[in-house]
Ligand binder design. Structure first.
Ligand code: MN
Length: 195
């Protein structure tokens, strides 16, 4: 029996070198081409002959733990991260998202400062997220390792990958410099579409 490969690496809407100097071509080639690809391959291997063979990623993330959760969540998280980046400096938050951010943090700059503080404070590997709850209220949350807020019923709006593999080739131990620079690459049109 031949089993079709279910999950695929999403095509990036930019060239490997398009995010330089904030993220180098070398980082994209390892982070997307190797790490992300491996999570996709592992997920496809781990679902074989399980009840999740035909499940979507969200279902797998909500219903599993251990290796399958870790790999499937990492596929979802990396899809979300890479597809919300752009070399285009001209994107802006929608009026609706900007109002919600200003009501939560006073200003977009202040929100970024608070987001960066959490990203820098995350111990070890993980993800910093902007999420909304079922009432539409925004919050910044950290998740360790492969953690994804959809498990808690929250809606992800934006994420920063703060695993060392996301920045070590370009910034070594300077996570603060990576998160400060990453805002230049955020595609606010994509992010606003999640809110
Ligand atoms: Mn990563």
């Amino acid at each position: 029996k031949i089993i079709a490969m279910k999950f695929e690496l999403p095509k990036l809407p930019y060239a490997y070198n398009a995010l330089e100097p904030v993220i180098s071509e070398k980082t994209i080639s390892f982070h997307y081409g190797k790490h992300h690809q491996t999570y996709v391959n592992n997920t496809n291997n781990l679902i074989v002959a399980t009840e999740f063979e035909n499940a979507d990623l969200e279902t797998i993330i909500k219903k599993t733990s251990g290796a399958l959760f870790n790999n499937a969540a990492q596929v979802w998280n990396h899809n979300f991260y890479f597809l919300a980046l752009t070399p285009d400096k001209g994107t802006k938050p929608s009026d609706k998202l900007l109002k919600a951010i200003e009501s939560g943090w006073g200003s977009l700059d202040n929100f970024k400062t608070e987001f960066n503080k959490l990203a820098i404070a995350l111990f070890g590997s993980g993800w910093t997220w902007l999420v909304k709850d079922k009432d539409g209220k925004l919050a910044i949350v950290n998740e360790s390792n492969a953690g994804n807020p959809i498990v808690q019923g929250l809606t992800p709006i934006l994420t920063f990958d703060v695993w060392e593999h996301a920045y070590y080739l370009d910034y070594q131990n300077r996570r603060a410099d990576y998160v400060a620079a990453l805002w230049e690459l955020i595609n606010w049109e994509v992010v606003s579409g999640k809110y």
